[in-house]
Design a protein around this ligand. Structure first.
Ligand code: GLU
Length: 475
């Protein structure tokens, strides 16, 4: 790689919001560029105007911001090779389309919609029959002079193979006759992906194209265009598919959401990056928490996995929970801002002390509020649940509660550590098991059977509030 200046690009089409699989490709592009101190570029491929989804471009920017995959060049920050939005580069493609026709690598096609529909009537995947490829120069001139609408198609070789060394797939060889004479320029003079991608990757000096394996069948067309124009093609890396746990192509049903939806569900960017990294790359036991900088260091483009990766939400949950534990409570407080009510935000000290004790048990940021509500509002507690947890009679449980109240009122120090000690002695004296004694108190103060450590909860609630809640059960 020593003589190549590395420039990678992610080139989403705003025909939808990229799902997590597309974002994995963006991560690999980013890591490769950063590993070799190169540039990572974001280009918007919006030539398919009919399928544009309003707002998609903004969402693409937001995904990159959220994950910290910040492009060195993009439509907003610009760069030396812009514009970075394809519809702002139409004149460039028109020039190239014309050049390809002039050198005999592309041809005018005047076939009507009706003719093409007829061709595809029985087989929607039927290739173009190359009807216009064989028009004489005179016939072409007559059609052009008459103002007949046309498209420009690539004139692929009819025999032979297109061969390349793919960084992920190894040596590949696809027969040219399996490819279609694809349209490069549509009737409205807007290019298709195939022309625009080649022209832009060349003009933007892209050294490596990492993209989904679904684009592999189009590669012979692209390589042919490079060769016809006399350009050296970039290094190609076709990354495998993401599959659902049932081994079918990842879909919404499996969790093929966009990164922004995961963000709204309380997943941290660190965890998502880490998760995407392990979906296609192996490092140690695939469970280390790695920052982006650490991933840059250990990433190796020659070791991207060739087999399809399975999307496992449990793994994402695991990494997210580990990252939540790793972050400081102050940092988590800031990240929780969109999830917590305003009054919790105002009471920052209290919220942070709850985060301190709750973060051990969180899988996502979204889990925080439901698990902490009882710190801010008195829960409705069912006495039956308290008794169920103590598994003693009402009389015995009541006795234990009176003892606990007494203890709290007279404790020498209202700290978690001291309460722990004093209550352990009292529990032993009372003849109750720890479970019977403490689970009943837990339910009484929170209405829940799962909370952070009981005496930490007492301390956050405060002596008065804890006493109030314990007293209310048998009053
Ligand atoms: N615009 C294509 C897409 O939406 C880019 C494919 C490529 O990376 O060449 O995925």
């Amino acid at each position: 790689m020593s003589d190549t200046h590395v420039r990678t690009r992610i080139a989403p089409s705003p025909t939808g919001i990229p799902h997590i699989g597309n974002t994995r490709t963006a991560l690999f592009d980013y890591l490769l560029a950063k590993k070799y101190s190169g540039e990572f570029i974001l280009r918007i491929e919006d030539t398919d105007q009919k399928r544009l989804v309003p707002g998609a471009v903004d969402k693409i920017y937001q995904i990159h911001q959220f994950l910290g995959l910040i492009p060195d060049e993009d439509p907003v920050v610009g760069g030396s090779y812009g514009p970075y939005i394809q519809t702002q580069r139409l004149a460039i493609y028109q020039k190239y389309a014309q050049e390809l026709v002039n050198i005999g690598a592309a041809y005018y096609c005047f076939c009507s919609e009706e003719r093409l529909e007829e061709l595809h009537k029985n087989n929607p995947f039927a290739k173009y029959d190359r009807h216009c490829r064989h028009l004489t120069p005179e016939e072409v001139k007559t059609q052009l002079d008459s103002g007949a609408p046309f498209v420009i198609r690539v004139k692929l070789p009819e025999t032979g193979f297109s061969t390349w060394h793919d960084l992920v797939q190894g040596k590949l060889s696809l027969p040219n006759n399996e490819c279609d004479d694809k349209v490069l320029m549509k009737t409205n003079s807007i290019p298709t992906y195939h022309l625009a991608v080649v022209v832009d990757d060349y003009l933007m000096k892209i050294s490596h194209v990492i993209r989904g394996v679904e684009w592999m069948m189009s590669t012979p067309v692209h390589l042919f265009l490079y060769e016809a124009l006399g350009y050296k093609p970039p290094i190609l890396a076709h990354v495998p598919l993401l599959l659902g746990p049932d081994k079918s192509k990842l879909s919404k049903r499996h969790g093929a959401k966009s990164v922004l939806e995961y963000a709204a569900d309380g997943y941290l960017p660190e965890a998502i990056n880490n998760f995407l990294f392990y979906l296609g790359f192996s490092y140690k036991d695939n469970s280390e928490l790695l920052t982006l900088e650490e991933m840059v260091k250990v990433f190796d483009e020659n070791k991207i996995q060739r087999q399809n990766a399975i999307f496992d939400i449990q793994k994402l949950n695991y990494l997210n929970s580990q990252w939540i534990k790793k972050l400081s409570s102050e940092d988590l407080f800031n990240r929780l801002k969109t999830f917590i009510p305003e009054d919790w935000q105002k009471d920052k000290a209290k919220t942070i002390s709850i985060i301190d004790i709750a973060k051990e048990r969180l899988f996502t940021l979204k889990d925080f509020v439901p698990g902490a509500e009882y710190f801010f509002s008195t829960p409705i507690v069912d006495k039956k649940l308290v008794l169920e947890q103590s598994s003693r009679s009402e009389e015995e449980t009541n006795k234990w509660f009176q003892k606990a109240i007494n203890l709290l009122e007279n404790t020498k120090e209202f700290s978690s550590c001291n309460l722990h000690e004093e209550f352990a002695t009292a529990q032993k004296d009372s003849g109750l098991s720890p479970r019977e004694a403490f689970m009943s108190l837990r339910v009484a103060i929170s209405g829940r059977t799962v909370t952070p450590p009981l005496f930490d909860c007492f301390v956050i609630l405060g002596k008065e509030e804890t006493l109030k809640r314990l007293s209310s059960i048998f009053s």
